[in-house]
Design a protein around this ligand. Structure first.
Ligand code: SAH
Ligand code: DHB
Ligand code: MG
Length: 221
């Protein structure tokens, strides 16, 4: 996909509208060097998260699936001085890379990294009845996306924007007989999203420097 017109166009968009600074470049380099998965969002997708955060004037952000903190840092850069991001990561190796990237960024005071399984951490967050989150990015493991979204709704208010990555999987969602559990997870999620009366939502196909995939964008109504 790297030399395709989609990848080249993604670079064009990135260079114009989503240029990475030193902090983001350092994070991406550290993710490559540490050998953890290279599944971070693209620069243009990072900018999309920032644009949507601006639309809802996000001060409180929740992220599921930190990896090396690349997406977290895009969002942190868009927060006001008194803003905060809570990000949840199950894998301790990934969390260690993220922590060092947060320290390097100078923004670690705005970022709370929780190491644990989202399915355990979210009920605990809900029990603590925090102020609602303004913006939520779901990008952890795919099979429980439906459960994650339902818990995210309990941490939301009217107007909260919820973005969910990887809901198209190269078009594999079109196969109703798929046995791939990631595909089955997002198929179940997309069908729930279509029926969920608490949100208005759509899915943007994403092509470019990453594989063909999609991001669901939902607004709580
Ligand atoms: N948001 C990141 C990419 C996340 S990749 C970015 O764009 O920069 C998905 C991450 O979810 C991986 O780091 C993986 O370890 C984590 N993950 C997988 N299962 C999880 C779970 N049950 N709870 C929390 N995180 C999980
Ligand atoms: C996968 C996960 C991601 O978050 C991503 O952006 C791409 C791929 C995966 O688990 O396959
Ligand atoms: Mg993803």
């Amino acid at each position: 996909m790297n030399n395709s017109v989609f990848a080249l166009t993604d670079h064009y968009i990135g260079n114009l509208l989503a240029t990475e600074d030193n902090v983001l470049q350092h994070a991406l380099d550290s993710i490559i060097q540490s050998g953890i998965p290279q599944e971070s969002i693209s620069p243009a997708q990072g900018k999309l998260l920032q644009v949507l955060m601006s639309a809802c004037q996000a001060k409180r952000v929740l992220e599921l699936g930190t990896l090396g903190g690349y997406s977290t840092l895009w969002m942190a850069k868009s927060l006001p001085a008194d803003g905060k991001i809570v990000t949840i990561e199950a894998d301790e190796r990934h969390a260690a890379v993220a922590k060092s990237n947060f320290d390097f960024s100078g923004m670690s005071a705005k970022i709370e990294l929780i190491t644990g399984m989202a399915i355990d951490v979210l009920p605990e967050l809900i029990r603590n009845k925090p102020e609602p989150f303004d913006f939520i990015f779901i990008d952890a493991d795919k099979p429980p996306y439906t459960e994650y979204f339902e818990m995210a709704l309990k941490l939301s208010r009217k107007g909260t924007i919820i973005v969910c990555d990887n809901v198209i999987r190269g078009g594999k969602v079109l196969d109703p007989k798929s046995t791939d559990e990631k595909v089955r997870g997002v198929q179940r999620f997309n069908e729930m999203l279509a029926k969920n009366a608490n949100v208005t939502a759509t899915i943007l196909q994403t092509v470019g420097v990453k594989e063909h995939d999609g991001m669901a964008v939902a607004v709580v109504i």
